[in-house]
Design a binder for this molecule. Structure first.
Ligand SMILES: [Zn+2]
Length: 427
């Protein structure tokens, strides 16, 4: 397959006309970018399969935090986090225990692919069987590269969501699997997802930590310090633990690459621990605005304390499923935070540039999700890319900013994922 267009290889440099040759997937080996060349396609090669001289070719996007069962729950406004979970989210997730898993997994996959996302770190629900069905569907029936995990939770929620883990910690002889099982593929990974400290007893967190022993390939996903009332509740539930981060650390959950969603309200000591463990803060700006959770301080987290920061939608607290729009929200949250300060304090607030934001939703997110061959135009990279119809007037030094601030899925003409042309409606 040959794709022609202006190649957005480095968001800091104007794209040049060129072409990409893609080699197809073979067995477990994903489709790869075999060759990248600039200029016209040589006469002895086949004409381009997709694209064109006036099209823009860019990598597909990576989303570091997404809830599959919440795909239809965005927009229920007016509640803080804990009330929103009780009122909106737990009923939606309970539906998975009644046969809702496949329809909502299909909807989620279609919408992700429609917006150009090819790599996603996802939460399923607490139902082991439904979570397995969903993960198997994602692997067999969608082109997504993913990390997905069953949600672990055994308190502070309806029994339909906590029952399996209550049985687990009470010592049932046949506990349900703590994570899905997938056949080996470099494009599919499982994770252990304790929902957050409020939903998990110390015993369940210890079970999650135990499940990770000798399984370095398994990712940890959880939520940390999203809102102040949540942090206060965690202090009540874990009175003998010094802080929220220590709750996870003592359970052995702060592994290298552990994805800690939000990480807004953290002390210097907590950020130092997260850096030392090489865990990752996943910033979800759209969700943080929707729930009024707080304004994440990117500069303090990433530059001052050296914590790696990824970017996620957090659908459905996040009302945006398109990563370019989440990139825009990240910039806007940083600007809003800067407006709350004056003088030297304002100057210390880091506002990412559009180029930095673009890098975050492509190459950087992929690296942090353990997929260093994804979401980039590079020989040897996995063949997940987009053909965009960008207006001719956009091709200047502001190209990436124009894409981020004007994003619509209508810009996408063609989606190539794992070397295949993908139509969202075909999933
Ligand atoms: Zn979340």
């Amino acid at each position: 397959m040959i794709v022609q267009g202006r190649l957005l290889i480095d968001p800091d440099h104007p794209p040049e006309l060129g072409w990409i040759e893609i080699s197809p997937a073979e067995g477990d080996a994903p489709a790869m970018i075999k060759k990248i060349a600039f200029g016209e396609i040589p006469d002895d090669l086949a004409p381009p399969t997709f694209g064109g001289r006036d099209r823009l070719i860019c990598p597909a996007f990576a989303d570091a935090h997404f809830h599959v069962p919440q795909i239809d729950s965005a927009g229920c406004d007016g509640m803080p986090l804990l009330e929103w979970l009780d009122t909106v989210i737990f009923p939606a997730e309970a539906w998975w225990g009644k046969g809702g898993a496949i329809p909502s997994t299909r909807t989620a996959a279609r919408r992700l692919v429609n917006q150009g996302t090819s790599l996603v770190a996802a939460y399923l629900t607490a139902h082991a069987q439904a979570a397995q069905e969903s993960a198997s569907f994602l692997a067999a029936s969608t082109p997504l590269r993913f990390i997905a995990g069953r949600v672990a939770m055994d308190r502070c929620a309806p029994e339909s969501l906590t029952g399996e883990d209550i049985a687990r910690v009470s010592g049932t002889p046949t506990p349900s699997p703590i994570m899905p099982n997938l056949s080996k593929s470099p494009r599919h990974r499982v994770s252990v997802n304790p929902r957050f400290a409020i939903s998990c007893t110390p015993e369940l967190l210890a079970e999650c930590g135990w499940a990770l022993r000798d399984r370095p390939e398994v990712i940890v996903q959880t939520h940390l310090a999203e809102t102040l009332p949540e942090c206060a509740r965690v202090r009540e539930l874990f009175p003998n633990t010094p802080h929220y981060t220590a709750v996870y650390d003592e359970a052995g959950l702060l592994k290298p690459g552990a994805l800690l969603a939000h990480a807004i309200h953290l002390s210097d000591e907590e950020l130092t621990i997260i850096r030392a463990r090489e865990s990752i803060a996943v910033h979800c700006p759209s969700a943080n605005l929707f729930l009024e959770a707080g304004l994440f301080d990117l500069g303090r987290t990433a530059d001052e304390f050296g914590v790696s920061v990824a970017l996620g939608t957090d659908v459905a607290a996040g009302v945006e499923i398109a990563m370019p729009r989440v990139a825009r929200a990240m910039i806007e949250v940083a600007k809003a935070l800067r407006m709350t300060r004056t003088g030297a304090a304002a100057a210390r607030i880091k506002v990412p540039t559009p180029v930095e934001a673009w890098d975050m939703i492509t190459r950087r997110n992929a690296n942090l999700l353990g997929a260093p061959t994804c979401c980039r135009l590079e020989v040897g990279a996995e063949a997940d890319l987009l053909v965009l119809r960008a207006p001719e007037g956009w091709f200047d030094e502001h190209l990436v900013g124009r894409i981020i601030y004007n994003w619509s899925s209508d810009l996408i003409e063609t989606r190539v994922m794992n070397g295949q042309l993908v139509e969202p409606s075909s999933i």
